[in-house]
Design a protein around this ligand. Structure first.
Ligand code: FAD
Length: 466
């Protein structure tokens, strides 16, 4: 058992953890980062955001190539070499984890591989491949993230039942696949498998896919994908029986089939649970709730003065960019700066086809919070760029505070929605109102124009720019 002393230990090397560690080191704090994985990057880089986007890129190229046949250019049916697809995805991850390792080394952040648990208010014990290490620390940041939720009635140890990590491994392309849960992760993976040739069914307990987004936005998505996926809303899975020839799934609810349905694979994507409870934070005196969340104040401090927590385990939305900003705040506060995590909006993006993106208040959130809002939408059927790209299903929706006209939210559905969303995010953070956005000259023809045009519509102008 070796022992080290450090000013700061960061437990978990996901986007929150490595961002905090790097910022702390830049501010002159001696920092150790601990992760059970060999590589830095956490869920996002190793088995989340990045590998899924690499595969979604493959899916997009396949779908675009197929669509081009309608515009006079045929490439024929794609031949899929799954080994090559997999190794390309792995190379994307490898490139980025290598980059992080380099940045960590450059900053002299010490990386210890191993499973860490608190043993006291100033000690963490790490059990790794190179043995056990006791770390004595002045400050700690808990950044242990989250893991997929499993369901009790789903067979365990059957490799035909997979979670997002299993789906990203791409061992095969199942003929028929059920995505259990109509949230972002399930739909992104469903998009990939569909493009690669699977028949994909999606079952969602609630009355819309991606329940956090506004219904009018999601309705457009549901309409667009109705020929792609068989979506069963207000329906739940009550049993999965593993048989030799497949998984037999029993459904209950509005769109439930009468008989159990056979699938080659079931992807369970019903959410993620925080890892607050698995790091023995209580032994350091840190309060963890029943679900595994750790509560923090706006400086990311837990109830223990010198212990901070960030990322998925401090609450929704469980997103990488939220973790990164929280990580920066925690490191800066430890360095003695008076910084706070207090964003006006955190963007959410489903990198599906089409993409669905929103930031700030949704209309339904505004209602819940009693904020009086008005909305304006610009349908992409009137956008020259969308028409030229043959993707007119999109819509841009701006949400304004009624009394002031200030932009308080926005949502976009359509190709590249995730890239476009930044402008609305900036408008919200800068306190811009509808006139500010409407008077900003957007290049023509771009999809971004739709943000200006929706704001012009709100201002009362009748749009004359196709
Ligand atoms: P994590 O990334 O969860 O990292 C936590 C780390 O802590 C892990 O590496 C784990 O090994 C380590 N750890 C846990 N317990 C211990 C312990 N006791 N000892 C040592 N190490 C430990 N978010 C986005 O913003 N955009 C996306 O496009 C996106 N796509 C996603 C796609 C998928 C398939 C998944 C699963 C998630 C996706 N997410 C996305 C969510 C995103 O990955 C998370 O929000 C983000 O990774 C959270 O960062 P974090 O720093 O809280 O911790």
């Amino acid at each position: 058992m070796s022992e080290i002393k450090t000013q700061l230990v960061v437990l978990g090397a996901g986007p929150g953890g490595y961002s905090a560690a790097f910022r702390a080191a830049d501010l002159g704090i001696e920092t150790v980062i601990v992760d059970a994985r060999d590589t830095l990057g956490g869920v996002c880089l190793n088995v989340g955001c990045i590998p899924s986007k690499a595969l979604l890129h493959v899916a997009k190229v396949i779908d675009d190539a197929r669509e081009m046949a309608d515009h006079g250019v045929s490439f024929g049916e794609p031949k899929i070499d799954l080994d090559k697809v997999r190794s390309w995805k792995d190379s994307v991850v490898g490139q980025l984890t290598k980059g992080l390792a380099g940045m960590s080394k450059m900053r002299k952040v010490k990386h210890i591989q191993g499973y860490g648990k608190f043993t006291g208010a100033n000690t963490l014990e790490v059990d790794g491949k190179d043995g056990k290490t006791t770390i004595k620390f002045d400050n700690a940041i808990i950044a242990a993230g989250s893991e997929p939720v499993s369901l009790p009635f789903i067979p365990k140890d059957d490799d035909r039942v997979i979670d997002s990590t299993g789906a990203l491994e791409m061992k095969d392309i199942p003929e028929k696949m059920l995505v259990l849960g109509g949230g972002i992760i399930g739909l992104e993976m469903g998009t990939v498998y569909k493009a690669l040739g699977s028949q994909v069914d999606v079952v969602e307990f609630l009355d819309q896919l991606i329940p956090a987004a506004d219904k009018d936005v999601i309705k457009i998505y549901q309409k667009y994908v109705k020929d792609k996926f068989n979506v069963m809303l207000e329906t739940k899975v009550t049993n999965v029986e593993a048989k030799k020839d497949g998984l037999y799934v029993t459904f209950e609810g509005k769109q439930a089939p009468d008989e159990p349905v056979r699938y080659d694979k079931v992807l369970v994507a019903v959410g993620r649970k925080p890892n607050g409870g698995v790091v023995d934070a209580d032994k350091a005196g840190v309060k963890v709730d029943d679900k595994g969340f750790i509560s923090v104040d706006k400086q990311m401090k837990t109830n223990v003065e010198h212990i901070y927590a960030i990322g998925d385990l401090v609450g929704q939305p469980m997103l990488a960019h939220k973790a990164v900003h929280e990580g920066h705040v925690a490191a800066e506060v430890i360095a003695g700066q008076k910084h706070y995590f207090d964003p006006r909006g955190i963007p959410s993006v489903a990198y599906t086809d089409p993409e669905i993106a929103w930031v700030g208040l949704t209309e339904k959130e505004a209602k819940e919070k009693g904020v009086d809002v008005e909305t304006a939408t610009f349908p992409w059927a009137a956008s020259g760029r969308a028409i030229a790209s043959s993707r007119t299903e999109g819509m841009t929706k701006m949400i304004f505070e009624k009394d002031t006209g200030r932009v308080v939210g926005g949502a976009i559905i359509g190709i590249n929605a995730g890239e476009m969303l930044g402008e609305i995010g900036l408008a919200i953070e800068m306190g811009a109102d509808a006139e500010d956005v409407a008077l900003t000259i957007h290049a023509h023809p771009t999809l971004n124009e739709s943000i200006g045009l929706a704001s012009e519509i709100y201002e009362g102008s009748i749009t004359d720019m196709p």
